[in-house]
Design a binder for this molecule. Structure first.
Ligand code: MOS
Length: 728
């Protein structure tokens, strides 16, 4: 049984609101959690095969130029060395981007950034390979490199597709009762997933099998096949568990291609694990940004104009530009509008999607500007936002599919105790600390991506879910089991979930906050199809059918699955985005509140507490959803206060290329964080009526902190991260 469903119309209702099994939304523990804490969940670098050998990548030591020669003599003479792969033309210059189905990037012709992988040394052990990697002699002809973003900003080229304009913003600024026109800057950042990029490659005949730490397996398979000149059905990628991605594993990275080449040359399994430094130097980063935000408002606080223009950087010929104005375009009204990005060409590693590309840094600027406007107009920041919620998309004139932003602002304000805040900056002191409170809205676009799953109802009253969807630590295993359990009237323990293998039906993958809703819908649809068959078998209409405790019921009549299912029942379902994508603005919303202390003498900033109220349609599991939002808010602390990738503008190196020196918030930096979800259903999003939350928690969180810092000490810093040197 195969079905395809296209999301062309809002759906009237979801079966999940009628099945009454009390499984969906429940905060149950991760079903794969025990495997993980016992070390029995195997990650890509943990697979071992007979005869397996190890490869270590060698990166360029210049940021721009060409290779004039590679001398392997010294490296090959070292003990244990088996091969040196130097046909780097086949290597990727860059990891691919998610969702791309064409070859992700050109092979290597020139060196485009420091650390770009140009060779792989393979040896019997990792240590021997690492030793020999250091003995590979590479001669370069350096070229002039473009390394200084700020110095080169005047050379930024506009990205045409991002330019949008309506009305006369300059006029609106001149006529405004109050206006803000300022520049915010955010630094280069690294996704910093816990698990480094790793691939274990082996060939079975002419088929390549890669155990790879990736987020979106079906497009990753396409990219790997393209890079190696193979048909996609000759490539299989397996990623049962992935230790975080945050964008850096959307596309394949160089170690997979190199491992595949070496495995073919040696006819042995080859494992290549990037070092942390290689992850930083050679995968992806978030671009630094320079953002000009303009707000024009009347004395009543209503916006008459809004502008958000951004300069980012990327490698030569790369088109991705951090879409910092993504949510600015629909969050607030104002007739005159201008948005646009431009790109500086830079010899730094690819800049690409990372943790809420767009909103994560764009809302630092927008929500900072809104805070400044609130102060200029002497209007409460919560009230200012509520006054500016547009009834429809301000440029496209589309309705919102659902938007409980005002409710989130009200609920969050009340839960946080916002009414007690002193709006005058530098007015609350406790001992050596200035105390301040700030808030910001949260918004993150919602998407549906084509996704397939197969569900098999066995003769043993168990169900099996198979899809190449990944679980990157987010809870996919658990929510898919909950959806099937709810739909089939089985306990969660009776659902087996098999993910992360391109041998299964192709899923959306994990990215862009679309994974749960897209993959979840495919499971829902397959289960719905199975329900129809069960209904037929007991002579019920689908509406009359009740499934619970492994029984199919119609009124008082009941039959166990064991009688109804004598051969396994299999349904494969695919969901595709349709017209609701074009006909509605879809986003999840929320409100962030933060309290900080700023040390009177040192300028040290401590976050004291955070609160987030969110509305994202149906919440599929209140525990995993809450964990995701907390994780996002923790990264909000990083964005506001600690994270900054430092590029050496003379050598092109990354100065802080590891987790010791690239400062993510750690336990000592993270206070109590409260998360509340408001009840909501989104009928235009998908048949689950759910929206994505993966990246909602980070969107706006850092702005609430920065606004709290201003409220604490009266210093407005627009250059992120807010390190203490900027406060004294
Ligand atoms: Mo996300 S930055 O689409 O993994």
């Amino acid at each position: 049984m195969n079905i395809t469903f296209k999301m062309d119309e809002p759906v009237g209702s979801s079966l999940l609101d009628h099945t009454r099994q009390n499984v969906i939304s429940r905060p149950i523990d991760r079903i794969e959690g025990p495997l993980k804490v016992a070390g029995r969940a195997r990650y890509s670098a943990e697979f071992k095969f007979p005869g397996m050998v190890h490869g270590v990548l060698v990166g360029s030591t210049i940021p721009a130029g060409t290779i004039t020669g590679i001398n392997e003599t010294r490296a090959r003479a070292l003990p244990g060395v088996l091969a040196v792969v130097t046909d780097y033309e086949t290597f990727l210059r860059n990891p691919g981007q998610g969702l791309e189905t064409e070859a992700p990037a050109q092979g290597v012709r020139e060196i485009a950034y420091f650390g770009q992988p140009v060779a792989l040394v393979v040896a019997e052990t990792f240590e021997a390979a690492r030793n020999a990697a250091g003995a590979l002699d590479i001669a370069y002809a350096p070229a002039e490199a473009r390394l200084d973003f700020r110095a080169l900003q005047s050379e930024a080229r506009p990205k045409e597709s991002s330019q949008k304009s309506q009305g006369d913003l300059d006029r609106a600024m001149m006529d405004a009762a109050a206006s803000i026109d300022a520049v915010w800057t955010t630094p280069s950042q690294n996704s910093a997933a816990m698990e480094p990029h790793a691939s274990t490659a082996l060939w079975e005949g002419d088929t390549l099998i890669v155990y790879g730490a990736y987020q979106m397996l079906s497009s990753d398979r396409q990219q790997l096949a393209d890079a190696l000149g193979l048909a996609p059905d000759k490539v299989r990628i397996i990623a049962h568990y992935v230790g975080g991605g945050f964008g850096a594993k959307l596309g394949i990275s160089q170690e997979s291609v190199a491992a595949a080449l070496a495995a073919r040359a040696l006819n042995r399994p080859v494992q290549v694990v990037m070092t942390r430094q290689q992850v930083f130097e050679a995968t992806v980063r978030r671009s630094e940004t320079i953002q000009r935000v303009r707000l024009a408002a009347g004395a009543d606080g209503r916006l008459t104009g809004i502008g958000h223009e951004t300069i980012t950087a990327n490698l030569p010929d790369e088109d991705f530009s951090e879409p910092a104005s993504a949510s600015t375009q629909f969050l607030y009204g104002g007739e005159a509008r201008r948005f646009g990005n431009s790109i500086v060409t830079l010899n730094q590693v690819l800049s690409a999607s990372m943790r809420a590309p767009g909103e994560a840094v764009g809302m630092l600027a927008l929500e900072g500007a809104m805070d400044e406007l609130a102060e200029a107009l002497d209007i409460d920041p919560v009230e200012l936002r509520k006054r500016n919620l547009p009834p429809r998309h301000p440029m496209d004139d589309l309705p919102f599919s659902s938007r409980s932003l005002a409710e989130c602002l009200d609920h969050g304000a009340s839960a946080f105790g916002w009414a007690d805040r002193n709006p005058r900056p530098a007015n609350r002191r406790e001992g050596e600390w200035w105390i301040g409170q700030g808030m910001a809205a949260a918004a993150r676009s919602n998407m549906l991506i084509t996704s397939s799953a197969r569900v098999t109802l066995g003769t043993d009253s168990r169900a099996l879910i198979e899809t190449d969807m990944t679980d990157i630590g987010t809870g996919t295993y658990t929510i898919l089991a909950q959806i099937a359990a709810e739909m089939l009237g089985l306990p969660v323990e009776a659902i087996d979930v098999h993910l992360g293998d391109t041998a299964f039906p192709a899923a959306a993958g994990s990215g862009g906050s679309f994974g749960a809703a897209s993959a979840g819908t495919s499971v829902y649809l397959a289960c719905k199809r199975l329900r129809e068959t069960l209904a037929e078998r007991i002579g019920a209409t689908p509406e009359e059918l009740v499934l619970s405790e492994g029984m199919a019921r119609r009124g008082n009549a009941a039959k166990p699955f064991s009688e109804l299912v004598t051969e396994p029942l299999v349904a494969t379902a695919t969901v595709e985005p349709g017209k609701t994508e074009e006909n509605f603005v879809q986003a999840a919303f929320g409100a962030h509140f933060a309290e900080v202390g700023v040390h009177v003498h040192t300028g040290e900033i401590r976050v004291r507490r955070m609160h987030g109220t969110f509305a994202a349609g149906r919440i599929l599991n209140e525990k995993t959803a809450r964990s995701q939002c907390i994780g996002g808010m923790v990264f909000g602390i990083g964005t506001a206060l600690t994270e900054e990738l430092v590029h050496d503008t003379r050598l092109g190196t990354i100065v802080n290329h590891d987790l010791a020196e690239y400062h993510l918030p750690v336990h000592a930096d993270v206070p109590r964080i409260d998360v509340v979800f408001l009840e909501e259903r989104d009928h235009a999003a998908n048949p689950l009526l759910a929206k994505g939350i993966g990246e909602l928690g980070i969107s706006g969180a850092g702005a609430a902190i920065a606004n709290a810092v201003y409220n604490a000490c009266g210093m407005r810093v627009r250059d992120f991260p807010l390190t203490l040197d900027k406060l004294i």
